[in-house]
Design a protein. Structure first.
Ligand code: BG6
Length: 499
């Protein structure tokens, strides 16, 4: 291993596998999958006799490799790869040109897998738009590539997994007709983030949190993903999706299940997922008459971020001038069970906000009495903040004494950034690809979870579907109408990420 890796290269060794990427010429492949595979090889987490087989069309082999090389430099500049390393890496590559709807593509893929080596393990990664998932699964099935006679066959499905409950059910049905549920890995990259996984360690490997982790001590919980980027080149998808589908149904609700679930009996995929689904089943249905009170939707107008002027959403390429798609969404959930009765979980996300920050904020109840203040003004409530990114780590917001001859108190934040203790953390795609290779589905969503989360959001989708107008916020600001009201009954209100 050369000097460039500073972080820990831990993880179970993987078996030789043929990694087949559908959509190998696309953006996800070059931004995320290839950098993750480079790092995994470097760390010894990708078996060196594995193959990476790209299925794509419209490019020569060399053009494809060239675009991957440029992709690493652009999207993962921290990977300062030496020439030899790149050569070793691309020695693992093969390409199968072809159309996804064409049966011969799968037959050629089967031939390629047969001839390149003796491994039978295969991981099929669908880095393609969702309308192709069923076609790919069916093509693999017809070509006999889904049979697990000689080795494992696993398929990775990217989000969005459906656009609502009906489409998610349909997709589950179509996939399960040709594959066993155990072969399907529905990826949610938030679950691969170090800090999200660490939440489980903090919760279930420490004894100080559990006694406080309930309605008796916690006032409310905020789970957020603020982004400063806009929709980039994805108008086509985003116009149909909006922030609720794009970020809340998948990432934020998944995180909510980990925050709220009971301790599983063991750390196995089904034990964890059984607890997560119980949380989703306990989420109170959104009554149509409460949706206005419990949700916020807004869209960015032009503004300034990091001193750069940015366009309004409706001026983005491919967005219709009268679009009412939300680029900001917030919803207040209640989990009707013994632990969480009455505690609001407010999930919010938006694009073109002042900065990119994702956090889980646990706000405790206000101390009952203040003997330090002659007027008895209560001290500020404590908060435990899990920073998902950037600067992964944990922070505890406490009141502390101002130095000197006074009992005046001020907010003091104890921060424990991971980087200080552990160095850089792995990218979520490395973690998740590694888990697929070792067959650990703990961090992947099961069919029932996906359907349950869509079913929770159905009333909101229904209420929002015919919207013709939407509130605007200036890009680069936190001025979102309705957010203060949404937090009116939450101690200290909306926590806007400050650093
Ligand atoms: C994706 C969404 O799933 O997550 C994007 O489709 C969003 O719209 C991205 O930008 C955010 O991921 P991260 O890891 O940067 O928070």
């Amino acid at each position: 291993m050369n000097e460039r890796v500073t972080r820990q290269c831990l993880g179970e060794p993987t078996e030789p596998t043929n990694i087949v990427i559908f959509g190998a010429g696309g953006d996800l492949t070059k931004r995320k999958l290839i950098p993750a595979l480079v790092e995994m090889l470097h760390c010894g987490l990708l078996h060196p006799t594995s193959y990476i087989i790209g299925v794509l069309k419209g490019r020569t082999y060399n053009e494809w490799l060239d675009s991957l090389y440029r992709g690493i430099h652009k999207y993962a500049p921290e990977i300062d790869m030496e020439d030899q390393e790149w050569q070793d890496f691309i020695a693992m590559f093969k390409m199968v040109p072809g159309d996804l709807q064409d049966d011969t593509t799968y037959a050629e893929l089967a031939d390629a897998l047969e001839t390149i080596n003796g491994h039978s393990n295969a991981l099929f990664y669908c880095a393609v738009p969702p309308e192709w998932y069923t076609t790919i699964a069916t093509g693999l099935h017809k070509a006999g590539l889904a049979d697990e006679d000689a080795g494992y066959r696993r398929i990775v499905i990217e989000k969005p997994f459906g656009m609502d409950l009906d489409s998610a059910r349909k997709l589950n049905g179509e996939l399960q007709r040709v594959l066993d549920e155990s072969q399907i890995y529905r990826i949610d990259h938030y679950l691969g983030k170090e800090s999200v996984q660490n939440l489980l360690i903090y919760r279930f490997a420490n004894s100080i949190l559990e006694p406080l982790w309930n309605r008796n001590y916690i006032d409310h919980i905020q789970i957020s993903a603020a982004e400063s980027i806009g929709i980039e080149y994805r108008a086509n998808y985003y116009e149909k999706s909006g922030a609720l589908r794009d970020m809340m149904q998948s990432h934020l609700m998944q995180v909510m299940t980990l925050v709220a679930m009971e301790p599983p009996v063991e750390f196995t995929a089904d034990a964890v997922r059984d607890e997560k689904i119980k949380v989703l089943r306990a989420v109170r249905s959104f009554a149509p008459e409460n949706i206005k009170k419990q949700t916020v939707a807004a869209q960015y107008s032009a503004g300034t971020i990091d001193n750069n002027s940015v366009n309004s959403y409706v001026a983005e390429d491919g967005v219709s001038a009268d679009s009412a798609t939300e680029t900001f969404a917030a919803a207040k959930f209640y989990i009707d069970n013994w632990r969480w009765q009455g505690v609001p979980f407010v999930l919010w996300t938006g694009k073109r906000l002042p900065r990119r920050v994702s956090e889980i904020v646990i706000r405790f109840r206000t101390p009952p009495f203040n003997m330090f203040d002659p007027e008895g003004k209560p001290p500020l409530a404590n908060a435990l903040v899990f920073r998902v990114h950037p600067d992964e780590g944990i922070a505890l917001r406490m009141n502390a004494k101002v130095p000197g001859l006074t009992t005046e108190m001020r907010r003091s934040v104890m921060r424990a950034p991971y980087a200080e203790e552990w160095g850089d953390v792995s990218d979520a795609y490395e973690v998740l690809l590694h888990d697929v290779l070792i067959g650990d589905a703990t961090l992947f969503s099961r069919a029932d979870e996906v359907e349950e989360s869509w079913s929770i959001l159905e009333p909101i989708l229904e209420a929002w579907k015919d919207r013709i107008a939407i509130n605007r916020y200036h890009a680069g600001t936190w001025d979102i109408e309705g957010m203060d009201e949404l937090f009116a009954d939450c101690v200290l209100g909306w926590h806007k990420p400050m650093y």
